[in-house]
Write a protein that binds this ligand. Structure first.
Ligand SMILES: [Zn+2]
Length: 1096
């Protein structure tokens, strides 16, 4: 067996390893350039992951730092228990301090008896956990109308109340008593960067414990509620003024209509906001809260507000009758807190059920037996033991899995294990792969499966003795016995037709109809391909890519090219019978780039010329995909098609489409048809593609409706990507297109893949979301799976779970690497199980929850009216929070909204999903835009959905000019904007630079090289390169933001009060949206009302 990973000399893996050079870029797992299995793997197994090396040598204590116990399951009595039993207490290393403690608390009830009858059980919970205010309770009496001082004067002890506080403090070091993303303990100064968005008054959040957030919405039960409801119900009027999506909509939006009147804020005795901006229309949110300087923390706090950053003092009551936006949970604050609390130490995966740091926190991961959160994130790391509990809580149990995720250079990619001809060791019954949770028994001769409890024989060649704890003595020499993630070399049994695969191929298929030629696309693309072909993905240290390439051009007929190296010139073959597509040549169609370079270059030079005078406007589409797929089939390989397409395929051919865009369907029961494909042709075609391992990436350049919902079917079902450049013009869009193209072509991809998620008894995977195809209920088939693609998996109970043994997930991905090697990538994750609902709520991850809920809703629009989908989301959210309130929160006034600490952002984020373009489009969001976004979100990981739904807004001139760190973000609301400042806003797809009207002239000069605000070109997409610190800083920041995202974000400069500002405001998601989406404050009030209804 071997692992060819770079190996630091010496233990713990015992053998030296070949170093390997270029993992982190575009190779799989950092394997060296082994191309032919299995020979290259003969030599050296071994090689610990860097993080791994830091563990003590075997036998000493490979355990999670704070306990002496081994990270991997050890011998407890066979019987499937045990594994992590010994980590129960005090074993917390940079994990959520509360987790483990609570589970082990003596007060927790025996399995099965507890939590289901709320009235009975909850008091028990509370009693056993001590006095309410200290733990589950109210951390903050964020009274909207009145901040009640409850916790502040008498801050609870620093512990969480589940035991001696000291335990926690010592266990978690740097964040003594905070909860997961909690607020500050008493006497803990808020980090400097926290400022914005932090409650301007001193809500007890500062001083209280973080288990829950509560506040009293204004006029609870009072007059405001009805109006809230009216405003929030989807589909009731509010076809507001258009809202645009700059990157997929071409024309600037019309002016705003007057704001809807239903969204009544409290009639304000409020001074107008932004009085310094004449003509600046007051936004809805202005009605809430006292008038403030947009950036309270940056100076001039509003009258009466305490200074930011000061120690929490006694709360300062606000004027009544208003819900202060500063007093409701702030995404910015939560993100900052987590960065400060959890960004400094590595996340070590040895402890079961640890909630990882947020996706917005930079942290390193050390694999000690569970998969890194870069590969798997869960909605909760402590799942209810019974389905009754799960139903009561309504918290979806889901995992967001990114099997081939990129890792930072500091983290080693999964080791490749070679078990030789016998292949990976698996459970005979459930077929789970060998993993750290398997229990070896009978002196090592047998092992009990941790998933199905089946007892299996250990094959002689795999036998090893056990130590006195029952652990194999070679456990730390074998990745599959000690790590959460690793790969197995697959044997021929895992290959199609019992034959090792050939290296994959890329086929470039270029629309050469009139629009494509006229826009300059074809010339640009052909020029770019000449150099891009040198950067095809390659394995490890391979000198050249094993991927072969082929070329097709098309309009309503297809042109194939023979680019065989022996030819002096490329040869074209035309296929006009698009109804019965075949590939006219085999030899010379798919070639090695280096061998055929001259011919390829010649072809790419000729294509733009050949079609320069074309008058052909019609295109076909399905036959193009068919041709590519047939070519791969003929070559007996998997691969990827890169399609560059401009128009609705109306030419006579299979898959011909008609324009069926009809905006009148919006808000009707037929709206769902806009998201459904208009013909079944593409599903059928996709199925054939999947069978061939043919993944399709689609680049669209539409000037009008092209029916993205139908064209994206094949990419969607084959694990491909869709890119859309509306009204493409070379001068405006080439940077974005070329950047996306380069990244897409170079991306590491696994081909012809099948993913299976196994679970231990008690739960099973029941639903899947993402870009893939399923022909049965368990196997996720992916013609291609790249490093950015995510699959979200939902689990349901099919039996009781056990607190002791927890729940296990194993994701196995079988795929063909870029070099044609067949591999299995395994990710394992152990979760805790609970009999107390409070434990569930304490270990949730809201960002992951939102990822799941958005995908669920976005799929729902295919079958249900959009309004129903929205209403269901709201109901589910209310049920989740009501269940918490009823079962886990201490008794308190009905007027208080109490949110679990881990879910305090659920309302604000959910509101962003509700008013997203798919679920509540503005008038200028096209049908294609909605289908496009819907498709994109389906494959997003948690970090991407997080920033997509709640954009980052970064002030540029407030932080020191020489500061190299990203400026702290501010909340996405207009009232946070200062007209004397400049901001960047990004959501992973769009990037704006907003310039306030009163920005200093020097700043304008430094950034734009013009003399005044009025001279700045609105809509500018490139900043001039100027030699001054501010210009450099802003350009560096923009580059860094782009580098963090999987797609290129085109910059749009927006001037305050300019017409383009409407685009920008669409992303200020805490405000009421022009399409009728509620403001955060209003939504929170509405949510509170829903919760109260459920409770009464
Ligand atoms: Zn099994």
């Amino acid at each position: 067996m071997n692992v060819n990973q770079s190996a630091p000399p010496g233990p713990p893996y015992g053998q030296p390893q070949p170093v390997y050079p270029g993992y982190h870029q575009s190779s799989y797992g950092g394997q060296p350039g082994s191309t032919v299995p299995p020979t290259p793997y003969g030599a050296s197994y071994n090689g610990p992951v860097p993080g791994y090396q830091q563990a003590p040598p075997p036998g000493v204590s490979r355990a999670p730092p704070s306990s002496g116990a081994p990270p991997v399951s050890t011998a407890q009595a066979p019987g499937g228990q045990a594994a992590y039993g010994q980590f129960g207490q005090g074993d917390v290393q940079n994990g959520p301090s509360s987790t483990v403690q609570m589970q082990r608390h003596p007060g927790s009830q025996p399995f099965g008896s507890a939590p289901l009858a709320p009235v009975v059980s909850q008091p028990t919970v509370l009693q056993s956990y001590g006095p309410p205010p200290t733990n589950t309770q109210v951390t903050a009496q964020l009274a909207g109308m009145q901040i009640s001082g409850a916790p502040a004067p008498a801050p609870p002890p620093t512990g969480l109340g589940y035991g001696p506080p000291t335990t926690l403090a010592s266990a978690s070091g740097s964040f003594p008593n905070s909860g997961l993303y909690g607020s500050y303990p008493q006497g803990h100064a808020p980090p400097l960067s926290l400022a914005q968005g932090h409650p301007g008054t001193q809500p007890p959040q500062h001083s209280a414990l973080p288990q829950a957030s509560s506040f009293t919405p204004p006029a609870s039960g009072g007059p405001r509620m009805p109006s809230m409801t009216g405003a929030l119900l989807p589909g009731q009027g509010f076809r507001g003024p258009p809202v645009n999506q700059p990157n997929h909509v071409s024309s600037p939006p019309p002016q705003a209509l007057p704001l809807g009147t239903q969204m009544t804020g409290p009639p304000g005795p409020l001074p107008p906001m932004h009085s310094s901006q004449p003509g600046y229309q007051l936004q809805q949110n202005g009605s809430f809260g006292p008038v403030r300087d947009p950036q309270p923390n940056y100076g001039s706090p509003y009258p009466g507000a305490p200074t930011f950053g000061s120690q929490p003092g006694p709360p300062q009551p606000l004027p009544p009758k208003r819900l202060d936006p500063d007093a409701i949970p702030s995404p910015i604050q939560v993100i900052e807190d987590d960065r400060n609390n959890r960004g400094s130490e590595p996340f070590v995966t040895g402890v079961r059920g640890q909630v990882p740091p947020l996706v917005t926190t930079n942290f390193l991961v050390k694999d000690q037996g569970n998969a890194s959160p870069r590969y798997i994130r869960c909605t909760s790391y402590n799942i209810p033991c019974t389905s009754d509990m799960a139903k009561q809580a309504q918290v979806p149990l889901a995992a967001v899995i990114k099997p081939l995720a990129r890792l930072p250079p500091e983290e080693a990619s999964p080791y490749v294990v070679d078990h030789g001809e016998s292949g990976p060791l698996r459970c005979n019954r459930c077929k789970a792969y060998m993993c750290p949770f398997m229990q070896f028994i009978e002196g090592g001769r047998r092992f009990q499966c941790c998933f199905c409890s089946c007892i299996n024989d250990v094959p002689p060649q795999y036998f090893q003795h056990l130590d006195h704890t029952g652990k194999r003595v070679d456990a730390y020499d074998r990745p599959e016995l000690s790590l959460g993630s690793y790969e197995f070399l697959a044997t021929v049994d895992y290959c199609k037709n019992n034959k090792f695969p050939s290296p994959p191929a890329f086929i470039f298929m270029i629309d050469v109809s009139y629009n494509a030629i006229r826009s300059g696309l074809v010339r640009l693309l052909c020029e770019e391909l000449k150099s891009l072909l040198d950067f095809l993905p390659r394995e490890g240290g391979a000198e050249e890519s094993a991927i072969r390439v082929g070329f097709v051009t098309y309009n309503k007929v297809l042109h194939f090219y023979n680019v065989k190296s022996s030819l002096a010139q490329p040869q074209m073959m035309v296929v006009s019978d698009v109804a019965d597509m075949f590939v006219p040549l085999l030899d010379g169609f798919l070639v090695n780039v280096n061998e055929s370079r001259t011919v390829i270059t010649s072809l790419l030079d000729q294509i733009p010329e050949m079609f320069a005078d074309t008058r052909e406007t019609e295109t076909v589409f399905a036959p193009v995909i068919q041709a590519g797929m047939e070519a791969l089939k003929a070559a007996e390989c998997a691969g990827k098609l890169f399609l560059f397409h401009t128009s609705l395929p109306i030419a006579e051919a299979p898959g011909k489409l008609k324009n069926r865009d009809d905006r009148k369907l919006i808000n009707t029961d037929k709206e769902k048809t806009l998201f459904q494909p208009q013909t079944g042709t593409y599903q059928t075609l996709a199925k054939e593609c999947v069978a061939q391992g043919c993944c399709v990436d689609l680049f669209l350049f539409p000037n009008q409706y092209v029916d993205v919902a139908t064209l994206s079917v094949v990419p969607q079902l084959t694990g491909g990507s869709v890119y859309k450049y509306a009204c493409f013009q070379v001068e405006n869009d080439q940077e974005r297109f070329l950047s996306d193209l380069c990244r897409d072509v170079q991306k590491v991809v696994g081909f012809d893949a099948v993913m299976r998620v196994r679970t231990s008894t008690g739960i099973r995977a029941v639903d899947f979301f993402g870009a893939f195809y399923m022909s049965n209920t368990t196997d996720v088939e992916l013609a291609g799976l790249d490093v950015d693609k995510t699959v979200t998996v939902e689990f349901k109970h099919d039996d009781r779970l056990n607190e002791e043994s927890g729940a296990l997930l194993q994701c196995a991905l079988l795929y063909t690497s870029c070099a044609g090697q067949r591999r299995l990538r395994i990710h394992n994750l152990a979760l805790n199980c609970c009999t107390q609902l409070a434990d569930l709520y304490r270990n949730c991850e809201t960002d992951t929850l939102i990822n799941y809920m958005a995908k669920f809703a976005y799929r729902g629009v295919l079958n249900s009216p959009v309004k129903t989908v929205r209403d269901n989301l709201i109901t589910q959210c209310a049920q989740i929070l009501a269940c918490y309130r009823k079962n886990c929160a201490s008794p308190s006034s009905a007027g208080q909204l109490i949110l679990p600490e881990c879910m305090k952002l659920l309302p604000v984020y959910l509101n962003c999903v509700l008013k997203s373009d798919v679920l509540q489009p503005g008038a200028e969001v096209t049908t294609d835009d909605r289908a496009y976004v819907r498709q994109l979100v389906t494959s997003m990981d948690v970090a991407e959905t997080n920033v997509f739904f709640y954009p980052r807004l970064l002030p540029l001139t407030k932080s020191p000019i020489d500061s190299t760190t990203e400026p702290p973000a501010v909340r996405a609301s207009e009232e946070r904007l200062s007209n004397g400042d400049i901001y960047l806003l990004e959501n992973g797809l769009n990037l704006f630079l907003w310039v306030g009207a009163s920005v200093q002239q020097g700043v304008v000069q430094s950034l734009f090289s013009v003399s005044s605000f009025s001279h700045i070109t609105s809509g500018l997409s490139v900043l001039p390169v100027l030699d001054n610190p501010l210009s450099k800083k802003v350009r560096v920041l923009i580059d860094s933001l782009r580098a963090q995202r999987s797609r290129y974000m085109k910059l749009i400069v927006v001037k305050q009060e300019d017409k383009l500002e409407m685009l920008f405001k669409h992303f200020l998601v805490e405000d009421k949206s022009l399409s009728g989406g509620a403001s955060y404050v209003d939504f929170l009030c509405h949510m509170h009302k829903e919760i109260r209804q459920l409770l009464s």
